[in-house]
Design a binder for this molecule. Structure first.
Ligand code: GAP
Length: 590
């Protein structure tokens, strides 16, 4: 099958999936009664349950199994947070606006979709403008030429005001991560000041995307599941042995840049030994993520890890790999695994003046040279009034950072964007020998950051199947029972009080056992099976006359994928279906 045939077929799948999602309550555009608004989606009853199941398995794997802490921070944060994080200045996409119809497009996407450039995001704006001119690209909406139109940086954050008036500007967080970083001074206490430790958060993030597209793949409000793992870069090592045999498909930067470059199949252990994955912590998180993706139903033949090219990396990332899933013949980013170094904690320390460090005790006390200040308050007090203490903190910080600043007659420091000159002889600067029990280290951060909505879409897309049953076409979602929104459908075979009473009792008992159950007594039994197949319910239980009349109380249990049916005792249903859901037993083994 050619690539274009594959793309056409896959696109058809996407279209059918989006229809199914709406019809069966997975997801649909929000505020439909008012015409809908681009980039906002509501998860219906099935979608909300699938999403919540995916989040639960993520929590099990990345919070509980790793011994990490989970927090839940606000989604609106004040402006200084994003000044410090760099989002205010650098969280931009390239915007081009059609002079004829006013349609806004992402200039890099326009280039990628219509030329052979694959990574236009990493190009500087003037180069993107030249490519648009050279290829005579046009507005995707009205076809007007864009050759002479300027490309601009557009900041993706939604802004708001906190409280009445505009005195305190705030922003809807563009990543959940900042909610973790800003609380580091407190979180480190909960970790008893011991590195390494990890903090997770599952929550909403907001980005005012220029052109949201492909339903829930690129939206303006979405859910992230992020882990910020804080380490001592000089000491902490991951448990690589536990993942060294995990096989992975990797698409390193050098293969992407080679003319005939292709992804390579290897193990995590070999990839680290060969220097393909340079950072062991990133390798560890790729290693624990791959089996997790597999377990929740991402097709491993349509899954890979791709390294970011140098120009593609976010402003904070020293190295980054993406988990990617294949959809519509295209690879989409499901998660990013970034080594953020000490970027975030240092920035928040600089901007807030709080301590974003952990005290590391030495095995033996050490005698070290320390630069200290003991400022002359009789000078600073009258000179700086209420800001005198901030000046002291800044002098302490500068002395720790760069003692060469104190070699001249005056030292410059900035308070609230104003530069002040202070005579060095008023700072009490000195370099002294001190015996110290330990040091304050700024932890480095390794960050696996997962997009939940895209993952839900990918799980559904990879589960979408069609076949023929009893001469009829059937659509079904081959969802893994662990994440399927409904685990069991319970049906009375016919409209009959006795059958309905028995089926209702079975449904209640299965619910009491913690299973998600739907009860359906409308339409013929074949139609009810098709309905559950389309929703992705892995098992159906049918109550018939044999159930209520025979001495041995049994029901028919049908498996979605094979459509095979088996007769099982009612008493064993809760245990058997729970085992099937957990993957402890297969239907064929019953
Ligand atoms: N804290 C790091 C961070 O936010 P990111 O690569 O920008 O990194 C992480 O986002 C994940 O969030 C992505 O891999 C993707 O799955 C998801 N994501 C990002 N933007 C999105 C959008 N507009 N709609 C849906 N999901 C998105």
């Amino acid at each position: 099958m050619s690539n274009s045939e594959r793309t056409t077929e896959a696109k058809a799948t996407s279209e059918k999936l989006v229809e199914l999602a709406k019809r069966r309550g997975y997801f649909f555009q929000s505020s439909g009664a008012y015409g809908g608004v681009g980039g906002f989606y509501t998860f219906g009853p099935q979608g909300a349950a699938l999403k919540s199941n995916v989040e639960d398995t993520w929590r099990d794997r990345f919070a509980l199994a790793e011994g990490n802490m989970e927090i839940d921070a606000p989604t609106i944060m004040p402006e200084p947070v994003f000044e410090a994080s760099g989002h205010l200045d650098g969280f931009d996409d390239m915007l081009i606006e059609c002079p004829e119809c006013g349609t806004s497009s992402r200039a890099d996407h326009l280039v990628e979709d219509n030329t052979e450039y694959e990574d236009a995001e990493s190009l500087p704006i003037p180069e993107v403008e030249s490519v648009i001119a050279e290829y005579e690209l046009v507005c995707p909406e009205c076809g007007a030429g864009l050759a002479d139109v300027a490309v601009e940086n557009f900041n993706l954050m939604f802004d708001t005001n906190i409280g009445p008036g505009d005195a305190q500007p705030g922003y809807l967080r563009p990543e959940t991560a900042q909610g973790i970083f800003v609380e580091f001074p407190r979180l480190k206490e909960y970790a008893r000041n011991q590195l390494p430790f990890g903090v997770t958060q599952i929550g909403r993030a907001y980005r005012n995307e220029i052109s949201p597209r492909r339903s829930i793949i690129r939206t303006r409000e979405f859910t992230q599941a992020e882990l910020e793992h804080f380490i001592d870069p000089d000491e902490d090592e991951p448990d690589l042995e536990s993942v060294e045999d995990v096989t992975v498909t990797l698409y390193p930067a050098y293969e992407q840049q080679a003319e005939d470059g292709t992804p390579i199949k290897t193990t995590i252990g070999e990839a680290v030994a060969d220097g393909i994955i340079a950072n062991e912590w990133v390798a560890y998180f790729l290693g624990i993520s791959k089996p997790w993706y597999d377990a929740i139903g991402v097709d491993m033949d349509r899954f890979r890890f791709r390294q970011h090219l140098a120009g593609e990396r976010a402003h904070y990332a020293a190295d980054c790999w993406d988990a990617e899933g294949e959809i519509d013949g295209n690879w989409i980013e499901l998660a990013g695994f970034a080594y953020r170094g000490d970027y975030d904690l240092s920035k928040h320390a600089d901007h807030s003046g709080d301590r974003f460090t952990v005290f590391k005790q030495y095995d033996e006390p050490k005698t070290v040279e320390r630069a200290t200040v003991d400022p002359d308050m009789s000078y600073l007090g009258p000179e700086f009034g209420g800001d005198a203490q901030r000046v002291v903190s800044e002098l302490e910080r500068l002395a720790e950072r760069d003692r060469s600043l104190f070699t001249g007659e005056t030292i410059e420091l900035a308070i609230d964007d104003e530069t002040h000159e202070i005579p060095v002889d008023k700072t009490g600067f000195a370099v002294e020998e001190q015996t110290e029990a330990g040091e304050h280290v700024t932890p480095h951060v390794v960050e696996p950051s997962f997009g939940v909505d895209r993952l839900v879409y990918t799980v559904l897309h990879h589960a979408y199947s069609e076949d023929e049953v009893d001469g009829e076409e059937r659509t079904y979602l081959q969802l893994d029972p662990e994440v399927a929104p409904t685990v069991v459908g319970v049906f009375p075979l016919q409209t009959d009080d006795a059958l309905e009473a028995e089926a209702t009792a079975i449904a209640s008992e299965l619910r009491a056992a913690g299973l998600s159950v739907t009860y359906d007594d409308s339409g013929n039994i074949g139609r009810r099976y098709r309905r559950q197949d389309e929703v992705g319910t892995p098992f159906c239980v049918t109550v018939d006359y044999e159930t209520i009349e025979a001495d041995e109380r049994t029901v028919t249990v049908r498996e979605r994928d094979s459509t095979e049916q088996k007769r099982l005792p009612i008493d064993e249903l809760p245990e058997t279906l729970s085992a099937l859901r957990a993957g402890a037993v297969t239907f064929a083994e019953l």
